[in-house]
Design a protein around this ligand. Structure first.
Ligand code: PHE
Length: 338
């Protein structure tokens, strides 16, 4: 038996395990219940007592040896199967296309404008899109027969309720709940009953700003807006103010910037004038302050409002306003890098 066991050790030593099948065959042949080693164990009973000790030790050694060999090979096989998978990755293949989303161009511009005014100390405020007559018109000094109240301009829900026609309604909501100093920027969607074309839509986006404090003057208005356009369009921008009319500001103005495309020499975009109108502004009418509970003897304020679509058209060279809203991904995916 001793010789047989020594032969068995040599036999096991000579076996090389290459695969999981060979590993399993090894286990079945040597280590399982009906395997060769167990066979020896059952024969051990008949071994002569004088040899029991020596053969017993030898049998244990063989068993341990076979067991170790199986464990080592098993470990090798499982790490190999992991390696086999990684070897299947082909690093030369082109990668999966990246379908990450992008911001809407109007959101990009709105965020930029808000960021600039926040740096100047303006805080963000929002108001409802469905508004009553008082907040959209009356508290802003619109006379009862003003054309903006006409059915042709405004989407009325009933006699008193309409979709807001401008973000100036948020000024009113702010003035009635907060005491000066007030310095706020108010973005939002507004609605007007207009025929849809390349230059007009029945809804669009405005950003309104107000600043009310003691001794606020037109000088502050001009300087604030000048800094704003310099930051948005670049330091070389030029501005001009033209007298205008809004019921809730006095004096009122419209602000033009020098045309960025032709640098003032005249082109199609600026209709050969060298200037582009970008916002309406003015000193808040003392009557409006009074109606909203602010003493015009003590406080003064300025307000401005601009259209986001128009500024985005200038920044991104968009020719038709409708492209913002028809959800064509060929248009929308062009803004990934902003
Ligand atoms: N609300 C005006 C408009 O919609 C813009 C404006 C806002 C003008 C604030 C002056 C001051 O045209």
């Amino acid at each position: 038996m001793k010789d047989k066991l020594q032969d068995l050790v040599e036999e096991i030593k000579s076996i090389v395990i290459h695969s999981n099948d060979e590993l399993e065959n090894f286990r079945l042949k040597y280590l399982s219940k009906k395997g060769v080693i167990n066979e020896f164990v059952s024969q051990f009973r008949d071994v002569d007592a004088s040899q029991k000790k020596e053969i017993g030790q030898l049998l244990n050694t063989v068993k341990q040896f076979a067991q170790n060999k199986w464990e080592e090979a098993n470990e090798l096989m499982s790490s190999k199967s992991v390696n086999d998978q990684s070897e299947k990755i082909d690093f030369s293949l082109p990668s999966e296309p990246d379908f990450s989303g992008s911001r809407h161009p109007l959101a990009i511009i709105e965020n930029r404008i808000i960021t600039i005014f926040r740096q100047l100390g303006f805080v963000l405020h929002e108001g409802p899109e469905i508004e009553d007559d008082w907040h959209n018109f009356s508290a802003l000094n619109f006379p009862k027969n003003h054309p903006a109240r006409d059915m042709q301009d405004t989407f009325f829900i009933n006699e008193d309720i309409a979709l807001r026609t401008h973000t100036s309604s948020v000024q009113v909501r702010l003035m009635e709940k907060q005491n000066p100093p007030i310095r706020a920027i108010m973005p939002g969607r507004v609605y007007r009953n207009e025929a849809v074309s390349a230059r007009a839509n029945c809804f669009f986006h405005q950003i309104e700003g107000i600043y009310i404090d003691k001794k606020v003057s037109f000088k502050d208005l001009k300087q604030t807006l000048y800094i704003f356009v310099q930051q948005l369009f670049g330091e070389s921008i030029q501005v001009r103010f033209r007298p205008s009319y809004f019921p809730f500001t006095e004096p009122s103005a419209e602000m033009d910037i020098s045309c960025q495309l032709c640098k003032g020499s005249g082109c199609n975009v600026c209709k050969h004038s060298g200037w582009l109108e970008i916002l309406g502004c003015g000193m808040i009418d003392p009557n409006v302050l009074k109606m909203n509970g602010i003493d015009p003897e003590e406080y003064a304020g300025f307000a401005f409002g601009m259209g986001v679509e128009r500024i985005a058209m200038l920044q991104f060279d968009v020719k038709d306003l409708r492209t913002y809203f028809n959800n064509d991904s060929r248009f929308l995916t062009q803004f990934k890098n902003y």
